[in-house]
Write a protein that binds this ligand. Structure first.
Ligand code: TXA
Ligand code: MG
Length: 356
């Protein structure tokens, strides 16, 4: 059975946190809010507990987990060596949505890192997450708290939909403020490499590590993966997603045409797009929308990418729940957190990208 307990995101009740910490120490699984998405936590030093994470999520054991610590001082407990770039980035961005890959200490079981000699570490900024790490007194291994390959959870209800009955406890601290996962930087190589765009932007990183390498075509292909687990299929709803890229007017025209054509062939069509595009599409799809064959949902304004990021996964799940066969997705610009939005949409689309 899974229990859900509500916690104040700013001032979590110490008794509730104490109870959750006890579940972690005893080898159980606790879902908790972070500033990015909900995580599914277990004691990172307990291989059996960590195995339960993989079982609950249906996650392949080749996909390594992020270890969450309460403060930068704990880094030496999990890292055998802290490269200079990792030190710089940790000082600049922790606590916050940045994960650093560093060489691991033997105390971290192989199941956490999928056998890799490195470990991904972060100090979350969310008060519930930090209070939990502190009370548990152990590093906490936590992937996003969704079933494998489903969109990441930004609300407790998403966690319960995916993992209800499979985990011990859910701390419901309300919607997560950033909405996309942490940025991942590999600091085991020189210069360091950006492996996943996320809550800390590339521009922010470059200000501290000017020689940072940004991988070509992040999220583009499955081939030549530098690490296991960077699978393309990720963040995917049930509907088959196609991502449209290009100038907004051209994209709107093409999506409108494709939506009408697909609906004409009998498909139920979902459109996932920024507010501006949904508004521009409205006249062209009005008749199909009122007959229920096309449904459009906006995940926030293009003019406010932070809000768009916050609403992305929630909107994707809500649209998916309406039962479309196909989902036509439009992202926002590549600036700032827009890069993370774009990366997640590309992964959801599993490479089905139409450039217009
Ligand atoms: O914001 C986040 O990072 C959230 C919250 C809960 O902290 N966590 C999260 O975890 O997104 P997850 O498991 O969904 O994504 C972790 C990613 C995986 O793609 C994995 O391949 C990569 O981190 N990773 C973990 N350890 C690694 C390592 N040693 N080397 C390379 N990649 C690693
Ligand atoms: Mg995940």
């Amino acid at each position: 059975m899974t229990r859900t307990v509500t916690v104040d995101p700013e001032h979590p009740d110490p008794d509730v946190i104490g109870e959750a910490a006890e579940v972690i120490r005893r080898g159980g699984l606790v879902a908790f809010p972070t500033e990015t998405v909900y995580g599914l936590g277990a004691n990172a030093l307990d291989a059996d507990a960590v195995r339960r994470i993989f079982e609950a999520k249906g996650r392949p054991s080749t996909d390594p987990l992020i270890v969450h610590i309460a403060h930068v001082g704990q880094l030496a407990q999990v890292a055998s060596h802290v490269p200079p770039a990792a030190r710089k980035l940790a000082l600049a961005f922790w606590a916050g949505p940045l994960t650093l890959i560093v060489p691991k200490k033997p105390v971290i079981p192989d199941v956490v890192t999928a056998g890799l000699p490195s470990v991904a570490v972060r100090v979350p900024a969310h008060r519930v997450a930090r209070a939990l790490m502190e009370a548990a007194g152990v590093p906490v291994a936590a992937p996003s708290a969704n079933r494998f390959s489903r969109p990441s959870p930004t609300r407790a209800a998403h966690v319960i939909d995916d993992l209800g009955g499979r985990i011990d406890l859910v701390l419901d601290g309300g919607p997560t403020p950033i909405g996309v996962e942490s940025t991942i930087v590999d600091c085991t190589v020189t210069p360091p490499v950006l492996r996943r765009p996320g809550g800390i932007t590339r521009e922010q990183l470059l200000a501290h590590v000017p020689d940072l390498v940004v991988e070509q075509g992040l999220g583009e292909a499955d081939a030549a993966q530098p690490a296991p687990g960077q699978l393309l299929r990720h963040y995917a709803p049930r509907a088959r997603v196609t991502l449209y890229e290009g100038l907004p007017e051209a994209v709107v025209a093409r999506v409108s045409r494709d939506a009408r054509q697909l609906a004409g062939q009998g498909s139920r069509v979902g459109i996932l797009a920024p507010e501006e595009e949904v508004m521009a599409l409205a006249p062209a799809i009005a008749a199909l929308a009122s007959s229920g064959r096309v449904m459009a949902r906006a995940f926030g304004p293009r003019s406010n990418p932070d809000q768009a990021a916050r609403l992305l996964f929630d909107t994707m799940r809500a649209l998916d729940a309406e039962g479309p066969d196909v989902m036509l997705a439009i992202g926002v610009g590549p600036e700032a957190i827009g890069a993370a939005i774009h990366d997640r949409l590309r992964r959801a689309a599993e490479g089905r990208v139409i450039r217009v």
